[in-house]
Design a protein around this ligand. Structure first.
Ligand SMILES: [Fe+2]
Ligand SMILES: [Fe+2]
Length: 231
């Protein structure tokens, strides 16, 4: 057991104020009812890559496991966590439908450059450096679950029903557990100093790209708002 997760959390904490400020700007925006479906679309473009990214990392880990003890030790975590994250993109489609929007909008739209940057970097690091890099990305995306107070507040501010917030509501509970499992995994993994640095770099990139992705949602205020279904 090491304290690698403590070091990682300290690094992530450096950029959390920026991510928090971007979230605050979104949730406190006067046009939050228009921005929320935009947020769901953006999140779908990111979350639909969660399982494929882990499958990619798992495949790469298996390829190199014979001579790489870190990759070998990653296999049980990835195998387990792929199952835990199945279908979460579907929740986003259900949220869109529950607030009166066409659930297929995120599938038809061109995903933005901010999310491509967030997710695409992970494919690069997994394939061209080491699959353990993905843990930095997961630590940021699952390591800061929404507070339980957020959904009632957003229901009040947007007028949307509770069924429109299942992704946020479920993650506020699930990701506390997922974060703890991940931190435990990181502390148990055999990691070289370079791999510790790589996970930290991946986490800092994810925090920065997630902040930009939220900013891109806020920037749509007053334009390019997806029309409610049937409108
Ligand atoms: Fe999830
Ligand atoms: Fe999760």
């Amino acid at each position: 057991m090491t304290d690698h997760s403590l070091v990682l959390r300290a690094k992530i904490a450096l950029l959390i104020p920026h991510l928090g400020a971007a979230s605050h700007e979104l949730w406190s925006h006067p046009r939050v009812a228009e921005l929320y479906p935009e947020y769901l679309c953006m999140l779908h473009t990111a979350i639909r890559s969660t399982v494929p990214l882990m499958e990619n990392a798992l495949e790469r880990s298996k390829e190199i496991a014979d001579h790489d003890p870190t990759a070998a030790a990653l296999i049980p975590y990835l195998t387990r966590h792929i199952k835990e994250e199945q279908g979460h993109d579907e929740w986003l489609r259900q949220d869109l439908a529950a607030i009166g929007y066409d659930p297929d909008i995120p599938l038809r739209r061109l995903p933005g450059a901010a999310v491509a940057n967030l997710v695409g970097a992970q494919y690069y690091w997994i394939r061209h450096f080491h699959p353990v890099c993905l843990l930095g990305h997961i630590a940021v995306l699952e390591g800061n679950p929404p507070s339980r107070a957020l959904v009632p507040e957003l229901m009040r501010r947007t007028g949307y029903p509770r069924e429109g917030f299942r992704t946020l509501e479920r993650h506020s509970a699930l990701d506390v557990k997922h974060r703890d499992e991940l931190m435990h995994t990181i502390d148990e993994l055999p990691l070289t100093e370079q791999l510790v640095t790589a996970i930290g770099l991946s986490a800092l990139h994810a925090a920065d790209a997630a902040t930009t992705s939220l900013g891109a949602v806020v920037a749509t205020a007053g334009r390019n708002v997806p029309a409610p279904a049937g409108a």
